[in-house]
Design a protein around this ligand. Structure first.
Ligand SMILES: Nc1nc2c(ncn2[C@@H]2O[C@H](COP(=O)(O)OP(=O)(O)OP(=O)(O)O)[C@@H](O)[C@H]2O)c(=O)[nH]1
Ligand SMILES: [Mg+2]
Length: 371
């Protein structure tokens, strides 16, 4: 049978092959026998049969199987389940972390800093707070969790202030791992793993501080880091360009691989797109949750005496690039890398450790997953 299909297809298109098969049974009573007799005796016999075929009915494509319908099934399932995204914001107090989260999701997703006494404003330790929000747009539901880290870098001695953040990230991996290795595991494991950490660099215009280098060097091994220059409206365009270039050089010099990491590009197309992003990092952003009317349009901006800075206008700042990366183009990839690279590394380490413990070779310390 396959011989016939091959032979017939050399002369006919895919749909012709199918219509040919539909004629056969009427002539011989058996598809298989007829096909063998065709090819084993004289292949030229096929021609008269083909020429006797009735005219084609082009309306139905019989070669269509319907594999592409899986996309619609996946879409419906994803719509029903909704999406989860966990974003952590790290940076000194007052750099605009909460404002930027509100700008990104155009709603009050993050609390703004509340002015209190000096002591209240600067917490003694880094207290990590997660706030979840259910967002819906065009029928797509998303559970967005913003993890705030107030107090980071606010002390006189900021040595090791990355530690509580590293601990928090590892604890989320541990929770996921415990759920995963449970005998009666849930159909859908709640995902509290940090998918992305936006690191706010103060707009000094000079260079990275040792604290910035230390934090990104350590944390980039366990989570996707997206560095941004906070409050970029405080820098001139020249200062901004110089600062961006300087930061890129310093990241390279310190072997800090921020998102999107070069080694995880999947193909040439990926590499080309990500290379452009890597050339722009860190994004110089401006945040605002105030709407203004500019040339008849309502937009988010910061009003100054000399004009309004439009946060989504790429001529004004790079907020739109950050938004596109985090939400519109790379959200799924950010989650995939969290799961298949960062979490996977944690899982392998922990399971190896378990084996060693079972053999009496070591003990488990949660903080031991610091790199
Ligand atoms: N110039 C300028 N000001 C900003 C920007 N983003 C936020 N601000 C202002 O900076 C102040 C602090 O902003 P927040 O968003 O509360 O800063 P935060 O980093 O969340 O502060 P903490 O919660 O204390 O850590 C507010 O007055 C904001 O309006 C920005 O891009 N440019
Ligand atoms: Mg805040």
């Amino acid at each position: 049978m396959s011989l016939l299909v091959g032979g017939a297809c050399e002369r006919l298109s895919g749909s012709d092959c199918v219509s040919h098969w539909r004629i056969e049974p009427e002539q011989t009573g058996s598809e298989v026998i007829s096909s063998h007799s065709y090819n084993s005796s004289n292949s030229s016999m096929a021609d008269p049969v083909i020429s006797e075929m009735p005219p084609e009915k082009p309306s139905v494509d019989f070669s269509y199987v319907g594999i592409d319908a899986i996309l619609e099934q996946m879409r419906r399932k994803a719509m029903k389940q909704g999406f989860e995204l966990n974003i952590m914001v790290v940076g000194q107090s007052g750099l605009g972390k909460s404002t930027l989260m509100n700008t990104l999701f155009k709603s009050k997703v993050s609390r703004k800093s509340v002015m209190g006494t000096a002591e209240e404003r600067i917490p003694k330790t880094i207290e990590i707070k997660s706030i979840s929000h259910d967002i819906e747009e065009k029928g797509v539901r998303m559970k967005l969790t913003v993890i705030d880290t107030p107090g980071f870098g606010d002390q006189i001695n900021n040595e090791n202030c990355w530690q509580p953040i590293m601990k928090f990230i590892n604890e989320q991996y541990e929770q996921y791992l415990q759920e995963e290795i449970n005998i009666n595991r849930k159909k859908r494991i709640p995902d509290s793993r940090v998918h992305c950490c936006i690191y706010f660099i103060p707009p000094t215009g000079h260079c990275l501080r040792p604290l910035d280098v230390e934090f990104m060097r350590r944390l980039s091994k366990v989570v996707n880091i997206v560095p941004v220059i906070a409050k970029a409206d405080t820098l001139t365009l020249e200062e901004r360009d110089f600062f961006k270039k300087k930061i890129r050089e310093e990241l390279r010099a310190n072997n800090i691989d921020v998102y999107p990491q070069k080694e995880f590009d999947e193909d040439t197309e990926d590499r080309l797109i990500n290379e452009k992003i890597r050339e722009m990092i860190p994004f110089a952003v401006v945040g605002s949750d105030q709407e203004y009317q500019v040339n008849g349009r309502r937009l988010l901006g910061r009003k100054t005496k000399w004009g309004t800075i439009e946060v989504e206008n790429i001529a004004h700042c790079e907020f739109a690039y950050l938004r596109d990366l985090l939400i519109r183009t790379h959200m799924q990839n950010i989650k995939d890398i969290t799961s298949s690279i960062h979490y996977e590394m944690y899982r392998v380490r922990r399971l190896n450790e378990n084996n060693m413990q079972a053999n009496g070779l070591s003990e488990h310390h949660p903080a031991s997953h610091e790199i």
